[in-house]
Ligand binder design. Structure first.
Ligand SMILES: [Zn+2]
Length: 163
């Protein structure tokens, strides 16, 4: 399949690209952690433009060690004072067990075992609350001014703050 289609699209993009001179810091003082789900366009969901926010993504929008690493940098060095964690409806990470998910991955990869912790979610709201606590308890994120947990509805486009 290659990448020709993507590079061709980029040629078009670059042809009309103008350097706005925006800085690397988050203009809206915002960092967003959300899922890798391809139905979510974080900038559009929140009415943002490039330059406005630091976007961190992983499967399930989980506050993993690496998500914390990025949020720590976004907050302390890149101007993000507010943090939104955005889970979503119909997330493939919800309602499956670690064992089952690892078995599916191992089968797809045609290997005996998947030894990666895939971090599926049992109770989405409870997990979101636990994940927000990880941010709240981080000694390097004590100056975050606003921390919220949200659910994005992939069918309606609506974003609801739940925590
Ligand atoms: Zn998801």
């Amino acid at each position: 399949m290659g990448f020709d289609d993507l590079l061709a699209a980029n040629t078009t993009y670059a042809a009309s690209f103008t350097d706005t001179g925006i800085a690397g810091a988050a203009a809206k003082e915002l960092a967003v952690l959300t899922c890798i789900d391809s139905r979510i366009d974080p900038l559009k969901v929140l009415g943002l433009a490039p330059g406005d926010a630091k976007i961190v993504r992983n499967a399930g929008a989980r506050v993993t060690d690496d998500a914390l690493r990025s949020l720590t940098l976004a907050h302390n060095l890149l101007g993000a004072k507010r943090i939104c964690v955005i889970a979503h409806t119909e997330c493939a990470m919800v309602g499956t067990s670690e064992h089952d998910l690892q078995a599916r991955v191992a089968k797809a990869a045609n290997v005996a075992h998947c030894d990666v912790d895939l971090l599926p979610v049992d109770n989405q709201l409870a997990t979101l609350a636990t994940d927000l606590e990880r941010i709240r308890n981080s000694p390097l994120l004590q100056n975050v001014t606003d921390l919220g947990g949200f659910i994005f509805n992939v069918r309606t486009g609506e974003l609801t703050q739940v925590l």
